[in-house]
Each structure stands twice: as structure tokens, then as C-alpha cells.
Design a protein around this ligand. Structure first.
Ligand code: ADP
Length: 198
């Protein structure tokens, strides 16, 4: 199939778009258990960047699992396909010159490594939101842990499905000892030099 797909040469390049935006594109990928704080932190990071005039977009379970990936379950194979598609969508957004914030449990190490391959290492910042299962379960923001304990949800990450923690993330946030504000500052400080154009 793909051997017959010959790319058209468009006149507006990724470089043109980044120059027009006055910043580089970047994918900030938040991984961690459900309820760990990914969306909360990503949301505040996005607000800070947006206020600086940076072109941003946030991808999360709400806008992806209800749309493009609404045919996928939480089986290991579908979780892998979920992340692959999100990485490809992110890649288009990077090509469009955006700073993409992606907040997904993304429990498998090999899937997260695959994102790096798809979007190229230089565009990718991995943020590990490290919150213990006990704390996530205590917060139980969406009531999912309760349902998992009751056996109503199968394949619940941290309970009945594995989470492979990043070994060497670019940033690790321990939300049990760090405030949202401090976490956000650390992320913004880390990525700001990467957004600057020479
Ligand atoms: P996720 O997107 O990882 O599923 P959410 O961001 O939806 O998680 O939920 C995390 C919950 O934890 C929110 O209710 C948030 O207010 C709370 N929380 C408490 N302390 C922190 C912290 N330091 N960082 C992020 N979230 C925190």
C-alpha cells in the first residue's frame, strides 16, 4: 500500500510554521497512573505557555478515546494501538508547529519508546507524574479504582494491569511531596530553552 504513496512537495514547511509562530514545536508527554495528576498539571502548564503566546494543544483521554480511538478497548494490544495513533496525531501537530501536551496513562515502556521514534527524540519530553497507587486510589477522581476493586472494571492500570514506570524520564514529579505550582514551574523552566529559536 504505502509503496504507491508518493509525498507531494508542499511549499509551506515545518520551519516556515515555526518561524511564523516564533517558537519550536514540542511534544510534552505526561505519563502516570489514573488520578496521578497528569491532566491537572498539563492544564496549568498549557495556560502558562498560552499566556506567553505559544501555540498549544492538549490531547487527553477525553478528546481521543471519545473520537479517533473510540473503537479501542483497554486490552494490551489496543492500548498499544491507542498510543501509536496518539503519537501519529501528535506528529502532525508538531509538523503544524504546535506545542502538544499529551496526558495519557501510557503504561508500557515500549509504547513510550515508540513515540520517541515516531516524533524524533529532539521533539519529545517525557514527564513522569509519579504518584503512588495508594494515593491515586485515595483521590479516586473518577471513581475508577472503586469500580476496579469491585471487579466492574478489568484491566485497571495499577490494580489489575501493569504500569511500567519510566526509568529515565526527562522530568519526574512526585505529587505527594510537590505542589502543582512547583511542578509546573519545573516543567516550564525545562522546556523553555527548547522552544527558543536560534
Ligand atoms: P490524571 O489526569 O493523571 O488521571 P487528574 O489530574 O485528573 O489525574 O487528577 C489528579 C487529582 O489529584 C486532582 O484532583 C488534583 O487536584 C489532585 N492533586 C493533589 N495534589 C496534586 C499535585 N501535587 N499535582 C497534581 N494533582 C494533584
Amino acid at each position: 500500500m504505502s509503496k504507491h504513496i508518493i509525498p507531494h512537495s508542499y511549499q509551506i514547511s515545518n520551519e516556515d510554521r515555526m518561524a511564523s509562530n516564533k517558537h519550536n514545536s514540542l511534544l510534552i508527554w505526561f505519563t502516570g497512573l489514573s488520578g496521578s495528576g497528569k491532566s491537572t498539571i498539563a492544564n496549568v502548564v498549557e495556560q502558562k505557555l498560552f499566556k506567553k503566546g505559544i501555540k498549544t494543544y492538549t490531547l487527553d483521554g477525553d478528546n481521543i478515546r471519545k473520537g479517533i480511538n473510540n473503537d479501542l478497548t483497554f486490552s494490551p494490544e489496543d492500548r498499544t494501538e491507542n498510543i501509536r495513533r496518539i503519537a501519529e496525531v501528535s506528529n502532525l501537530m508538531l509538523d503544524a508547529g504546535l506545542v502538544v501536551l499529551a496526558a495519557f496513562v501510557s503504561p508500557y515502556k515500549k509504547d513510550r519508546e515508540n513515540i520517541r521514534t515516531i516524533v524524533k527524540d529532539v521533539n519529545f519530553v517525557e514527564v513522569y507524574i509519579n504518584t503512588s497507587v495508594d494515593e491515586c486510589e485515595r483521590r479516586d477522581v473518577k471513581g475508577l479504582y472503586k469500580k476496579a476493586r469491585a471487579g466492574e472494571i478489568k484491566n485497571m492500570t495499577g490494580i489489575s494491569s501493569p504500569y511500567e514506570a519510566p526509568v529515565n524520564p526527562d522530568i519526574e514529579i512526585k505529587t505527594e511531596i510537590e505542589t502543582v505550582e512547583d511542578s509546573v514551574k519545573r516543567i516550564v523552566d525545562f522546556i523553555t530553552p527548547k522552544l527558543l529559536r536560534q
